[in-house]
Design a protein around this ligand. Structure first.
Ligand code: TXA
Ligand code: MG
Length: 329
């Protein structure tokens, strides 16, 4: 086992924070059973203390040590998708501290599949509580460098595992309340989950019934500082031309259209398939956000199930960036 991973596990045992790569995004990890270490996560992120964290487990962990009354559907999902980008919400076992669950009776669990995360979890030998390793409300990091930029000296060590393969956060399914509820869409789509469960998923609707708190479901999340606006492909040229006439330079994230030759704007092309797009989305947003341009104009991806998780993140980014209407552009 790599010496960095051994040292990282020792730091966790000493109650310190270690950022580590997962296949989705980088996490900011602490010993899930140490409340004072957990408190450091909230301080480093600037995150309200009642927002629950995901506990990352080594593949060798016993699910029943962390959750109770585990329904058979949850076991089937774990079997099918762990290690991987799926988080399950289950009734918590009594050893899980209130600081991890935000005082709720449920706990979020996932076994990630990034090789460095797996080594780290095995070296530590217990659960690692970790939110995404960004400051509260900001874009999740997909490179070690992003973590250092966001959190600096607040974290004792950053394990570098290169660029995250998936690039957006895990799918979250709540199985703690009888029915199965999709709380956050992700790369593992609803149909794949439904086919393992053998029944339909319902989708979280905060207005319809009381649901557990999910900070990722707040509209203002995943937000760049630069105003972000989603524009349908057939309107992209018109919007960008109007910006040019007004003397403005924008950043453009597109997937279907080549950069217009006359454009003064800064173009970033992403892949036209959802997995490739997700892989590069956050680093593109981060890079373009740092350029101090008028706005980030994003070519709206297609509607439909395959793009659902990406549309979810883009709509949140737009809402969080504070653009209210077309007049600002
Ligand atoms: O891909 C991911 O899930 C990444 C990597 C690091 O694993 N983690 C991540 O963590 O995105 P975070 O904290 O940024 O988002 C976790 C989401 C939050 O929206 C939180 O509210 C929700 O999971 N959550 C955690 N525990 C919960 C619970 N008991 N009930 C409902 N939602 C919960
Ligand atoms: Mg997060």
């Amino acid at each position: 086992m790599h010496s960095d991973v051994v040292r990282a596990a020792e730091l966790l045992r000493a109650g310190e924070l270690v950022a580590f790569p997962t296949e989705t995004v980088y996490g900011l990890g602490a010993d899930a059973l140490n409340p004072s270490a957990i408190a450091k996560i909230f301080a480093a992120k600037g995150r309200p203390a009642d927002h629950p964290l995901i506990v990352h487990l080594p593949p060798s962990a016993r699910l029943d040590d962390w959750a109770r009354e585990v329904p058979s559907g949850a076991r089937r999902l774990a079997e099918a998708f762990w290690p991987g980008p799926l988080t399950l919400i289950l009734q918590r076992q009594s050893q899980v501290p209130d600081q991890v669950t935000g005082g709720q009776d449920t706990v979020a669990l996932r076994v990630p599949r990034h090789p460095v995360a797996l080594d780290f979890l095995e070296a530590f030998g217990s659960g690692i509580a970790a939110p995404s390793a960004n400051r509260y409300g900001r874009i999740s990091p997909t490179l070690a460098r992003h973590v250092v930029e966001e959190l600096g000296s607040a974290v004792s060590m950053v394990l570098d595992g290169g660029a995250c393969e998936v690039g957006i956060e895990s799918t979250i399914v709540d199985l703690s309340r009888g029915e199965a509820v999709l709380l956050r869409p992700g790369l593992i789509g609803a149909e794949r989950i439904e086919s393992v469960l053998g029944r339909p998923l319902s989708v979280a609707d905060a207005l319809a019934k009381p649901a557990p708190r999910v900070s990722g479901s707040h509209a203002a999340h995943y937000a760049p500082g630069t105003p972000l606006r989603l524009v349908r492909p057939d309107r992209l040229r018109e919007v960008l031309n109007a910006q040019r006439h007004a003397g403005h330079r924008c950043a453009v994230i597109a997937y279907s259209q080549p950069a217009f030759a006359e454009s003064p704007h800064v173009w970033r092309m992403l892949a036209a398939d959802p997995a490739g797009y997700a892989h590069d989305l956050y680093s593109a947003l981060r890079e373009l956000d740092s350029m101090g341009l008028r706005a980030i104009v994003v070519e709206l991806p297609p509607e439909g199930e395959a793009w659902r998780a990406i549309l979810d993140r883009l709509f949140r980014s737009a809402a969080g960036s504070g653009i209210a209407d077309d007049d600002r552009l």
